[in-house]
Structures are given as structure tokens and as C-alpha cells.
Design a binder for this molecule. Sequence first.
Ligand SMILES: NC(=O)c1ccc[n+]([C@@H]2O[C@H](COP(=O)([O-])OP(=O)(O)OC[C@H]3O[C@@H](n4cnc5c(N)ncnc54)[C@H](O)[C@@H]3O)[C@@H](O)[C@H]2O)c1
Length: 430
Amino acid sequence: MGATHAVAMAELGHEVIGIEANPDRLRDLQNGVIPFFEPGLDEALQKVIAAGNITFKPDHDLESLEADIHFLCVGTPQLPGSYAANTGYLRDAVKALAPFLREDAVVAGKSTVPVGTAQELTALLAAEAGFAPHLAWNPEFLREGTALEDSLRPDRIVIGVNDARSEELLRQVYKSITDLGTPFLVIDIPTAELVKVAANSFLATKISFINAMAEVAEVAGADAVQLAEAIGYDERIGNKFLRNGIGFGGGCLPKDIRAFMARAEELGVGKAVEFLADIDAVNLRRRDRVVEIAQRELGSLQGKKVVVLGAAFKPNSDDLRDSPSIAIADLLKKAGASVVVHDPISLANVNKQHPHLTTEQSVELAAKDADALVLATEWQEYRNLDPAAIGSLVKHKLLIEGRNALPVEKWQAAGWRVIALGRNLEAVAQ
Ligand SMILES: NC(=O)c1ccc[n+]([C@@H]2O[C@H](COP(=O)([O-])OP(=O)(O)OC[C@H]3O[C@@H](n4cnc5c(N)ncnc54)[C@H](O)[C@@H]3O)[C@@H](O)[C@H]2O)c1
């Protein structure tokens, strides 16, 4: 998120210094290369580098003293062996910043954090810097895949502040966006911290809700896609985030709902968000469901070749963090299948981060003699596949549709048996 925010700030005309601790990522950024796949971001980075609006460094130096505002964008991943978020990177970032912080400068946290983190960081910064800092919280709502567009044209900007200086500077920073009419909410800091986890909890709940309906539909002979369409017309419900499938993943939703449960427990209100454990469980069960379907259709998976189409947690991203696609590939492999993973963009990451998984550069090579295909990430490339051509390569024309994104009638017409999560395709065809 930091790289995107830095580029967006530079694009708005601000002078930006990006601090990146990882030497490989730093080298990429200095060379005008975004170290992850994000449509349009490389070009935007090269443009702001050429315009002289942005530089990248490994550490703060005296130039940081000139900065009016410092955004904290470091990761807050799940702590190993716990549901809680690791806020250690934020503490490190604040300690490194303290010697280079001017007394009138503003520190704006953008990372997603447990409520109360800003207060803790304010105390830490005050102790390190020797004065009471201006610290604000400015949650980030960008979505991977449309990150730059979301940063430049957000649906709202939220700032949590408790001093006038922070509000004034953040208003100035975002002025060209808010001049376009973007809602700008100025609230207190704990609420600003909660906004992001609440939003992600709501979105996770919506996805798991429709996936819970899919579980019921599957045994009741009903169709969760038709159900979603029918309830989605109700404006109070809406049709977004209401497509059933293998569930959510990525570097945000899963860890954010777990961190929320952990923080609520610490605050003595664990019961209030206990339902998030069910949201998490519904989500994880959908991954097992794919393996159950494969076993039901193929019998023992021992030695069966199953192709997992897509590795990234969502299309237009090469992010494999908590990707349901990778989890399913692992589960199928554990059940004895010979698994081959394909992805249009993220195979280098799969080979690096999951070297035990076999990958193939093209769908055609992957599909050769396959017993089943699993649609795991709904890349456009898969929507465009010719089912007849792929059908001529496989051993069994079995498609497990994990995202309800493909034109199933076309696949069925080409002789494929399609099992789509939450759907009753036989009934639909009647
Ligand atoms: N990725 C998203 O789509 C997204 C969206 C909204 C909010 N967020 C939140 O933003 C935060 C960051 O997420 P991310 O996905 O970008 O994480 P990330 O781990 O991909 O990136 C964090 C970057 O910070 C660098 N870093 C760590 N410590 C540092 C330090 N002390 N100084 C300088 N650089 C340091 C790391 O090397 C890494 O490049 C998280 O809290 C996340 O929940 C992410």
C-alpha cells in the first residue's frame, strides 16, 4: 500500500520521499519498477520519477526533517500462533522516524491497526522524540487491482485527529481530491482505527453470508447464484460482494477479522464480534468443499491430475497472501492429487513462495491429460477460454467452478461436466 500511496501523493503534485526497508523492493522502486503486479502503477511511478516528484531511500536522513507529513504504511500481519496483529513494524517505523521529526510535522498512520494502536504509538513517539507529536489516523481503502484509481479517486477520505494542525495538513494534502466533491470525514482517532476493521468485517460477513447460503443451497437443490441475484435487487442488500465461491483471502480480510476478534477480546468485548469466528469458518469450509467435490466426482484423488486455474487471491493481483487458490492446491495435493497450478501473472511468486507446488506457464500445457480443472481465481483469461479446445487436451472434461464467473452453458455445450459451487446446474438447465 505504501508504494501506491507514495505514487498517488506524487501524482497529486506533492514532493514525496519513500522509505523502504527491504533492499530488493527499494532497488526496484528506485529503478521505476513496482515490486508487485498492480495495473498502471509502474507507468505512474515512472512518470512521477521523471517529473522529479519522488525519491526512495532505505532510511531517514536530514531531508526527512523537511517533511511536513509522514505517512506510516508498513504491514500489520497476523502474528504467528495468534489471531492478533503484529504492530511491531509500526513501532520500528516510529522509532526510526523520531530523530527526524519536526515538532510541527504530522504523522499519519495508514496501516490497518487494532483500535488503541495510535495511542500507543503517540506515547512511543513522544518518548523517543521528546515532545508531544501530532499523530493522526488516516485509514486506507484502496483495493488491489485498482489501487491507483482508488487512491486518486477514493469514495471517501477518513481522518482521525485530535489536534488542529493534523486536520489542517491532511486537508491540504488531499485538497485536489476533496475539491472534486469526495466526502472528507474528520472523526476521532479510535473511530478512524475502527472504520477500516469494521468495513472489512462487514465485507467478509457479506461474502460468508452468501457462502453460507451456498452451503444450504447445495444440499437443498437450490441455486445460490439465482438467490444472490434475487436478494441483491433489494437496495438495502445490494448485489456487490454477493457472489458465492471459494471465499475471500489476501493480505487484509482474513487477518483483519482475526485481529479484530483478538483486540475485542483484550478489551473485554470478545462476545461482540464472536460471530467473526463463524465468518472465518464458513470461508475456510468453502476450500474443503472443492476437495470434497473433486473426491465425489473422481473417487480417490491419488494420482489424479487436477489443474488449479489461478493462484492469486483475486484477479489483477499477484498477491498470494492467504490465497484460497493456493490453499485449495495444497488441500488437493494433500488428498493425493497431482496438482498443477496456472496463473497469468503470479507464477514467479508461486515458484518462490510455494516451491512444493508444480506450475505450468500456459493453460494448454497445464490441461494436458487433466482429470479436472478448478477455477480458483477469475482472471479474464479464463473467462475467454475456448472450452472445446481445452476439452480436446484433457482426460476428463470435469470443471469445478469455484468463482461462478465462467459462461457455464458454453462449457456444458462443449461436453464438460460443470460443478459450480452453490449451484444446481441440472435444475438451471431445465
Ligand atoms: N494491500 C492492500 O490492499 C491494503 C489496503 C488497505 C490497507 N492495507 C493495510 O496497509 C498496511 C500495509 O499493507 P501492505 O499490503 O502494503 O503490506 P506489505 O507487507 O506488502 O508492505 C509493507 C512494506 O513496508 C516495508 N517496511 C516494513 N517496515 C518498514 C520500516 N520500518 N521502514 C520502511 N519500510 C518498512 C516492507 O519492506 C514492505 O515493503 C497493512 O496494515 C494493511 O492491512 C493494505
